[in-house]
Design a protein around this ligand. Structure first.
Ligand SMILES: Nc1nc2c(ncn2[C@@H]2O[C@H](COP(=O)(O)OP(=O)(O)OP(=O)(O)O)[C@@H](O)[C@H]2O)c(=O)[nH]1
Ligand SMILES: [Mg+2]
Length: 261
C-alpha cells in the first residue's frame, strides 16, 4: 500500500516547491516516490509531475470556454474532477510508488473548505495511509498574532480534511535562526505566544487573556516542523515526522524495496 502525503497551505506558502523537494529527498534516500499535481489552475510547474490533474480538467480552459473568473474556474474544475476521480485514482495507483506526494491548489479555501476537495482526497487515498502537511510561511509567521491565525487555519484545515496533520514552517532560509527558535519555543511554553498576542491588541479583540491562553495551549499541542525547501534544512526531521504518522515510526531501511526501483 502506498503512503499519501497531501501538501496543503495558503497561497504561496511553498506547496509546489516542497512537493518537488520532498519527492527528490525521498528518491535520494532510495525511496520510491511520485509527485501528483492536483492544481488544475497552475500555469507553470518547476518540476514534471508524474501525474497531472490538468490532463483531466484544465481551469485555464474553463476560464476561456465558459468565461469564468479564476476562482470560478478553479471551483468548476475541482467539481468536475470529482466526476473523473476514478480515472485519476487508477492512474496514480497503477504506478505502484511507495510515496505519493500531492500538491494541492493555491487557493486552499476553494479546495479544503468546499465539499469537493476532501471528497477528491478521500477517493484517491482509499484504504491507504495518508498524512496532510499544513505549510505556514515563516515570513507570515514572524508576527505572533499572524502565527496564531495561521495555527487557527491549520486546525480548521485538519477538521476539514480529517487526516492526521503535520504543521510545517516553510522558507526558514529567509528568516533569522532566532525567529525560528522563538516560534519553536512557543510550542514548549504556550504562555510566551499568548502574552505576545494579548499585547498585540488587534488579535485579542474577541477573546480575553485567559481564553487566548487556553486556545493557544490547544493549538500549540501540535508540533511545528521548520524546513527550507531550497537548502533542504529540516527535511530529515520532516521525514521522521511523516514516518511516525504513516508507518508508526519504522525506519525506511526496514521497508520492502519497491518493485519499481
Ligand atoms: N527562499 C525560499 N523560497 C521558497 C521556499 N519554498 C518556496 N519558496 C518560494 O516561494 C514562492 C511560492 O512557492 P510555491 O512553491 O509556488 O508556493 P505554493 O504554495 O505552491 O503557491 P500557490 O500554488 O501559487 O499557492 C516561490 O517563489 C518559491 O520559490 C523556501 O524554502 N525558501
Ligand atoms: Mg503551487
Amino acid at each position: 500500500m502506498p503512503y499519501f502525503i497531501v501538501v496543503m497551505g495558503t497561497a504561496g506558502s511553498g506547496k509546489t516547491t516542497l512537493t518537488y523537494s520532498l519527492v527528490n529527498y525521498l528518491l535520494d534516500n532510495q525511496l520510491d516516490a511520485i509527485a501528483v499535481n492536483l492544481d488544475p489552475a497552475v500555469e507553470k510547474l518547476p518540476y514534471r509531475p508524474d501525474v497531472d490533474v490538468r490532463e483531466y480538467v484544465d481551469a485555464r480552459e474553463l476560464m476561456e470556454i465558459q468565461g469564468l473568473g479564476p476562482n470560478g474556474a478553479l471551483l468548476a474544475a475541482v467539481d468536475m474532477l470529482a466526476l473523473k476521480i476514478e480515472e485519476l485514482r487508477e492512474e496514480i495507483w497503477s504506478i505502484k510508488a511507495n510515496y505519493i506526494v500531492i500538491d494541492t491548489p493555491g487557493q486552499m479555501e476553494i479546495f479544503a473548505f468546499r465539499e469537493s476537495g476532501p471528497i477528491v482526497i478521500n477517493a484517491l487515498v482509499g484504504d491507504a495511509k495518508a498524512v496532510s502537511l499544513f505549510l505556514i510561511d515563516s515570513i507570515q509567521a514572524s508576527k505572533p498574532s499572524n502565527y496564531f491565525s495561521a495555527l487557527l487555519l491549520a486546525a480548521s484545515t485538519q477538521v476539514r480534511m480529517a487526516l492526521p496533520q503535520i504543521n510545517v514552517l516553510t522558507k526558514i532560509d529567509l528568516v533569522s535562526r532566532d525567529l525560528v527558535e522563538e516560534i519553536v519555543s512557543y510550542h514548549d511554553d504556550p504562555s510566551l505566544l499568548a502574552t505576545k498576542i494579548v499585547s498585540d491588541r488587534k488579535a485579542s479583540l474577541i477573546w480575553g487573556e485567559e481564553d487566548v491562553l487556553v486556545l493557544v495551549e490547544k493549538l500549540l499541542n501540535m508540533d511545528i516542523v521548520p524546513v527550507s525547501s531550497i537548502d533542504m534544512t529540516g527535511y530529515d526531521n520532516l521525514y521522521a515526522y511523516i514516518q511516525r504518522v504513516v508507518a508508526g515510526g519504522e525506519d525506511y531501511y526496514t521497508e520492502e524495496p519497491s518493485p519499481r526501483l
